[in-house]
Design a protein around this ligand. Structure first.
Ligand code: MEV
Length: 419
């Protein structure tokens, strides 16, 4: 019987799990072989997550031309979408005329939230917590002597009383400098360890103790000037500014504007083995921090008529702990980037986000996005239609020329080539 109610799936070897999938979905040997490819991960995959049957590879491309803080970088990007790597490289090339990208970042400080409930006197509880800040920090720092030795650790406590549907709650923020870690483990451990003391101090009940992905104290920034004549002249500058103003005024457009930024950011986050869900959550929450959903970038015109772009967003990235230190491809990618700190990585990624946004807005404000997209997309459609070898390129060329990049047309073209 076809059932997902399989007890002990986690105890099986991956080959046995694959047999179950074969029976469940009628997979053939070729399909099983595709699933079970381990690639660079090899046996590691089985230790990284549960119930492993294989891996899911993504293309890894290298963005070229990036000059950041007057240093050259080759940027690894893992992404399934055509045109993203080419667009980032192209934008980085155009930025070079005015020196490329300049970046900065704040200290890598993450927030651990402790939710205190069932308090009759929440404001007084807030003050009691603040009176005992030093003791709370000492307790937190006992959890992670290594981090403290490296110059990090819990550095401050912030407390708010918030109104909720179940009445007022006291929310304690434990601010932790996590140095080169993403920080979730360190922060969650600290938040859990100080919670009993917070209950003792306030007389309330602690419910959640967890990191916040809205990492407002851990910001990365990048800036670039795009010379007017390098990018196509005055009309292009005005077109990009108008597109930016559209995104600023309209959340429907803004979601797509920010999605384009995240195309670049996620690709490098994934290539370096970092937590792209945390980065996504933080980015969009930060974009809404004023109460309105706004672009993560800002575009202006300089007094010389050049286009000036800036980006600021929270980037919780790690170089130690997590997949960055275990995933073989991520390790090579970090070496390729040559970064020594998580902040350096965050700044590079912010620059890629800015480049990606520039490239998208320039394409949209001029010839449209489809022309650049189409040739790679057409190759994918040709493959989907069953083309192999040289025929992939031949089918793709015809589809692009006809401006009919569709599966039905690809099948027809392939048939005529096969006759
Ligand atoms: C596509 O992945 C991203 C864009 O839609 C971004 C944008 O519209 O700014 C091109």
């Amino acid at each position: 019987m076809r059932t997902s109610n399989i007890s002990g799936f986690y105890k099986l070897a991956s080959a046995e799990r694959l047999k179950i999938l074969q029976a469940f979905a009628g997979l053939n040997e070729d399909e099983l072989a595709v699933l079970s490819m381990k690639g660079a991960l090899d046996e590691l995959a089985d230790r990284m997550i549960e119930n492993v049957v294989g891996t899911m590879p993504l293309p890894l491309g290298i963005a070229t031309h990036f000059m950041i803080n007057e240093m050259d970088y080759l940027i690894p990007m893992a992404i399934e979408e055509p045109s993203v790597v080419a667009a980032a490289s192209n934008a980085a090339k155009m930025a070079r005329a005015r020196g490329g990208f300049y970046t900065s970042s704040t200290e890598p400080v993450m927030i651990g939230q402790i939710q205190v409930t069932k308090l009759s006197d929440p404001s007084a509880a807030k003050f009691t917590v603040l009176e005992h800040k030093t003791a709370i920090l000492e307790l937190a720092n006992r959890c992670d002597p290594v981090l403290v030795k490296l110059g990090g650790g819990a550095i401050d406590v912030d407390v708010r009383v918030i109104a909720t549907d179940s009445g007022p709650q006291v929310i304690l923020h434990l601010l932790v400098n996590v140095k080169d870690a993403m920080g979730a483990n360190a922060v969650n451990t600290m938040a859990e360890s100080v919670a009993p003391f917070v209950e003792e101090l306030t007389g309330g009940t602690v419910n959640l103790r967890i990191i916040s992905n809205l990492a407002t104290h851990r910001l990365a920034r990048a800036k670039a000037v795009f010379a007017r004549d390098e990018i196509g002249g005055e009309a292009v500058v005005e077109g990009i500014l108008s597109a930016y103003h559209f995104a600023k005024a309209d959340p429907f457009r803004c979601a797509t504007h920010n999605k384009g930024i995240m195309n670049g950011i996620d690709a490098v986050v994934i290539a370096t083995g970092n937590d792209f869900r945390a980065v996504e959550a933080g980015a969009h929450a930060y974009a809404s921090i004023t109460g309105r959903y706004l672009p993560l970038t800002c575009w202006e015109k300089s007094s010389e008529g050049d286009l000036v772009g800036t980006i600021e967003l929270p980037l919780a990235l790690g170089l130690v702990g997590g997949a960055t230190t275990t995933h073989p491809t991520a390790k090579v990618n970090v070496k390729l980037l040559g970064v020594r700190t998580a902040n350096e990585l965050a700044e590079i990624i912010a620059a890629v986000g800015l480049a990606q946004n520039f490239a998208a807005l320039r394409a949209l404000a001029t010839e449209g996005i489809q022309r650049g997209h189409m040739s790679l997309h057409a190759r994918n459609v040709a493959v989907a239609a069953g083309a192999t070898g040289d025929r992939i390129e031949r089918v793709a060329e015809i589809l692009v020329k006809e401006r009919k990049v569709r599966l039905d047309r690809a099948k027809e073209v392939l048939e005529t080539l096969l006759q």
